[in-house]
Design a protein around this ligand. Structure first.
Ligand code: KIV
Length: 270
């Protein structure tokens, strides 16, 4: 059962850390049974599960609800709750209270925020309050209105330098790990070499401490997989096949069959 302290001190290049998202109890149980180190209840729940166009509409209550489902089904993995858009940028006291709810009400062991200069002091205060923090740098989907798209970040030196500085600052503020999303592999390697906490890459190449993916990309649910992801199953096709088979059985009358129902032996009800 990895704790935050285990993850923070992880230093075994031969055993990369594993990190997947999950949003519901059955998926979390499968991810946990497979021995994945960390489960993120990401605000990607917005696009992947809730039918939103982006992560921006996701609410604190939605993350609390999905995190509760995940923690109830997880025995070993470290569960991290994502801080949704506008739940941590405006008022630090509100942010600390909201992050505290993720641990207190939903049972998460840590929180993650999409990080920037504005989250350094916040990270320090969260950690001082006993709330472990994973910082998230590189592509920041919550900033889509500012950046205009969700393409690769840090392809120029000024942005790579900024990520490196923010990585160091969040380590110094007490973050236990860093998520690096959709940045060039050499930038991720440079950041990983420059800090002592582990880095989890999602679309950041091989020279990081662990690899993360979004569960729906892994399982093949939905109709789009980002270029850096690898699809390991085709659950969408399996779902469609199952639903079509049910439709055919109902239409043809072969469901329900005799072993799907009983007859009560009540006089007058034959
Ligand atoms: O919300 C999310 O799923 C994320 C991914 C980048 C892992 O932050």
């Amino acid at each position: 059962m990895p704790t935050v302290a285990d993850i923070r001190s992880h230093d075994d290049a031969d055993r990369p850390l594993t990190f997947l998202t999950a949003y519901d109890a059955p998926t979390a149980a499968a991810v946990d049974d497979a021995g994945v180190d960390m489960i993120l209840v990401g605000d990607s729940v917005g696009n992947t599960m809730l039918g939103y166009d982006s992560t921006l509409p996701v609410t604190v209550e939605e993350i609390l609800s999905h995190t509760g489902a995940v923690t109830r089904a997880t025995e070993d993995a470290l569960v991290i709750a994502d801080m949704p858009f506008m739940s941590y940028g405006a008022d630090p006291n509100d942010a600390i209270e909201t992050a505290g709810r993720m641990l207190k009400e939903a049972g998460a062991q840590a929180v993650k925020h999409e990080s920037g200069p504005n989250t350094i002091e916040l990270t320090k205060r969260l950690v001082q309050n006993g709330i472990p923090v994973m910082a998230h740098l590189g592509l920041s989907p919550q900033k889509v209105n500012e950046t205009g798209d969700l393409t690769r970040r840090a392809t120029e030196s000024d942005e790579a330098d900024e990520i490196l500085e923010l990585a160091k600052a969040h380590e110094a503020a007490g973050a236990f790990a860093l998520l690096l999303e959709h940045i060039p592999a050499n930038v991720a390697k440079h950041v990983t070499d420059a800090i002592d906490i582990p880095t989890i890459g999602i679309g950041a190449g091989p020279k990081v401490s662990g690899q993360g993916l979004i569960i729906t990309d892994v399982l093949g649910v939905g109709d789009w997989v980002p270029p850096f992801a690898k699809q390991y199953a085709d659950v969408q096709s399996e779902m469609e096949a199952g639903i079509e088979a049910y439709m055919e059985d109902v239409k043809s009358g072969s469901f329900p069959a005799e072993d799907h129902y009983v007859q009560a032996e009540i006089d007058g009800w034959e």
